[in-house]
Design a protein around this ligand. Structure first.
Ligand code: ATP
Ligand code: MG
Length: 214
């Protein structure tokens, strides 16, 4: 539809200190969030999200659109409505990312962790290899359901342990009474950086019962 293409083309970026920043957009676009590849808007008066990729990341638009087509029909993933050279249009999710839940002290129940696990298993059954499943890519909708967004790296061949490590952290820490349910954003970001640099001691329980040390 020409309308979405026109809206996507209204988004202009400028690079500041190596980071792309949206500097202009159509007034019907309401800022929803941003990541390392794109900026996401809600299209005013609709339940659709427009994800516009940064100028050096536009190749991801087709890749993510193709993956959403492969996931089509699995609950817990947004539906794809359209895609173009620089953008995709998917369901807008009213809700919060798990990152925001931790930041605001909103409880994350175990049933939702299981729901995310089932959705990722369903994606694997369709031949995908879910990767980059982190706290900002998992949402809890206002209907209390899990929604997994940002599937662009689901065809990566390298195995990604993000989700397994999140589940481990959930059972080993989050569910414990002493563990704070509200964590300041700066601390969450710091934990994220340390995790990426492999500076966190993560003990993974393997299928054979052996505990693996870092
Ligand atoms: N469909 C959606 N509904 C509501 N909010 C969304 C939606 N898609 C993305 N967002 C918000 O925008 C943020 C960035 O989106 P997304 O994760 O798709 O971008 P990205 O650049 O691919 O991210 P990453 O840095 O993980 O690669 C999300 O963390 C979320 O807060
Ligand atoms: Mg993301």
């Amino acid at each position: 539809m020409k309308r979405y293409k026109t809206l996507a083309e209204s988004v202009r970026f400028r690079r500041e200190l190596g980071i792309w920043k949206p500097v202009a957009h159509d007034e019907r676009l309401i800022f929803g969030g941003e990541g390392r590849s794109a900026v996401v808007y809600r299209i005013q008066g609709t339940d659709k999200a427009l994800k516009v990729f940064y100028p050096d990341k536009v190749h991801i638009a087709k890749e993510e659109a193709d993956i959403y087509k492969q996931l089509s029909g699995i609950p817990s993933f947004p539906s794809l409505h359209e895609s173009g050279g620089t953008y995709i249009v998917i369901d807008w999710i009213n809700g919060k990312t798990l990152f925001e839940c931790l930041e605001e002290g909103i409880d994350i129940p175990g049933e939702l962790v299981d729901e995310a696990d089932r959705a990722l298993a369903a994606a694997r059954k369709r031949g995908l290899n879910p990767s980059d499943v982190h706290l900002r890519n998992i949402m809890i909708s206002d209907k209390g359901r899990i929604v997994l967004i940002d599937v662009a790296r689901f065809r990566q061949t390298k195995d990604c342990m993000n989700w397994e490590d999140l589940k481990t952290a959930y059972t080993q820490f989050y569910t414990k009474r002493f563990f704070p349910k509200r964590i300041p954003k700066r601390l969450l970001n710091m934990i994220g950086v340390m995790y990426k640099k492999k500076l966190l001691p993560i003990y993974r329980r393997k299928a054979n019962g052996v505990t693996e040390h870092p």
